[in-house]
Design a protein around this ligand. Structure first.
Ligand SMILES: NC(=O)c1ccc[n+]([C@@H]2O[C@H](COP(=O)([O-])OP(=O)(O)OC[C@H]3O[C@@H](n4cnc5c(N)ncnc54)[C@H](OP(=O)(O)O)[C@@H]3O)[C@@H](O)[C@H]2O)c1
Length: 353
């Protein structure tokens, strides 16, 4: 392996990768594969990532026809305002203090490019510190935060974004979301909820126009909430972040979002850890020679959602990122789709007017 290159793929391909790196000197950081050596159906794919710039330069896909280059859509999706968003991010809910800082640093070392936080997670200062400690340039990391239900309303939301930026101390947000369609202390059936979230959205639009947020969106919005927003907004939301995993695949909401050019982010993609012991997920993990978490995350990736697994453990953070080098077959995707039981491990916002 040439100097400065970290091999993260299977050993059997290391010779080939080494040859590729001679052809594209200085560009290789990661590579991986799926395929026939484990008897798993799917194409064999490999990637070359620029070491210094953390940008995917070239992806080689090998199938029965030989090798061809593909674009970076393997790792990124594009929002309707042309901002590019990584398909994988680190979740940080319940990560606090030093734990939050170290998990973000490990994630950035493992080539995560997106960190998901929120003002109610109370870890933005540590995340900002981890970003600075990583030595990465600001534009190499995509930072999401969220305005809390306590910060609904135009003036409160403006103030909230300012405070988020102060705590993170990172100049601007890549994505700012309204965390929850309901306002704190209001009854879920109160019509005031709709009024307040419209005002909050107007504040986000202004922050977007001022360049404080590169993209804006919502979280926990059902189709009902989105319809209200789309009829009232000037700038359409770019993202909806919702609980999403095989027990809650959000099929109709995903379809609605796709039709409206809204990228869906999957929170709790491991079902808060509960899906890791599901018998089907375990069986697929054994067959693909992957971890149950990798199977669940790959399922999300193949449904074109951004996945946001949370872990504070270095080994898990690394493993959870190794999801771009194999494919679940169509049949196995359908089997996982069949686990749908409309089950929330977190909370449902269906009731909120
Ligand atoms: N917008 C919202 O309302 C909202 C709501 C919930 C979550 N989120 C976001 O989505 C992120 C992820 O959701 P989540 O934290 O609820 O749940 P999750 O990512 O589905 O699951 C996290 C749990 O799985 C464990 N875990 C992670 N990787 C593992 C692995 N490879 N093997 C075994 N266990 C593993 C973690 O433990 P360890 O940490 O000990 O590894 C943790 O207990 C959050 O952190 C947050 O950023 C957003």
């Amino acid at each position: 392996m040439p100097h400065g290159i970290t091999w993260v793929g299977p050993k059997s391909l290391s010779l080939e990768i080494s040859q590729w790196s001679q052809n594209f000197p200085g560009t290789l950081v990661g590579a991986g594969t799926c395929g026939d050596q484990r008897g798993v159906p799917g194409i064999m794919s490999s990637l070359l990532i620029s070491n210094e710039e953390r940008e995917v330069r070239r992806i080689c896909v090998m199938d029965g026809e030989g090798m061809s280059s593909s674009d970076t859509s393997t790792f990124y999706l594009t929002l309707h305002n042309s901002v590019v968003i990584p398909r994988l991010g680190l979740g940080t809910f319940r990560s606090r203090g030093e734990q939050a800082k170290s998990s973000v640093l490990w994630a950035l070392q493992s080539h995560y490019c997106l960190i998901d936080t929120a003002s109610i997670y109370k870890n933005e200062a540590e995340i900002g510190q981890a970003l600075r400690d990583s030595g990465l340039e600001r534009d190499k990391v995509f930072i999401t935060s969220k305005i809390s239900p306590f910060e609904h309303g135009y003036d409160s939301a403006l103030l909230a974004v300012g405070k988020i930026l102060e705590r993170l101390d990172c100049g601007y947000l890549d994505l700012c979301l309204i965390h929850w369609p309901g306002a704190a202390k209001l009854d879920v059936k109160s019509e005031e909820n709709a009024v307040r979230r419209t005002e909050t959205w107007q504040a986000l639009e202004d922050m977007y126009k001022q360049g404080k947020c590169r993209a804006i969106g919502v979280s926990n919005y059902t189709k009902h909430h989105l319809e209200g927003l789309l009829s009232a907004c000037t700038i359409r939301p770019m993202v909806n972040q919702v609980e999403l995993h095989p027990y809650l695949p959000q099929t109709l909401l995903r379809k609605y979002c796709t039709e409206n050019n809204i990228v869906v982010q999957a929170y709790s993609p491991l079902g808060c850890g509960n899906l890791l012991s599901d018998p089907l997920v375990s069986a697929l993990a054994a067959r693909y020679n992957r971890t149950p978490a990798q199977i669940l995350l790959r399922w999300g990736i193949q449904h074109d959602v951004v996945v946001l697994p949370k872990s504070v453990r270095k080994d898990r953070i690394q493993q959870n990122a190794e999801i771009f080098y194999f494919l679940l077959s169509k049949d196995d995707m359908e089997c996982l789709d069949g686990l749908d039981r409309n089950h929330h491990f977190c909370w449902s916002s269906e009731e909120i007017l």
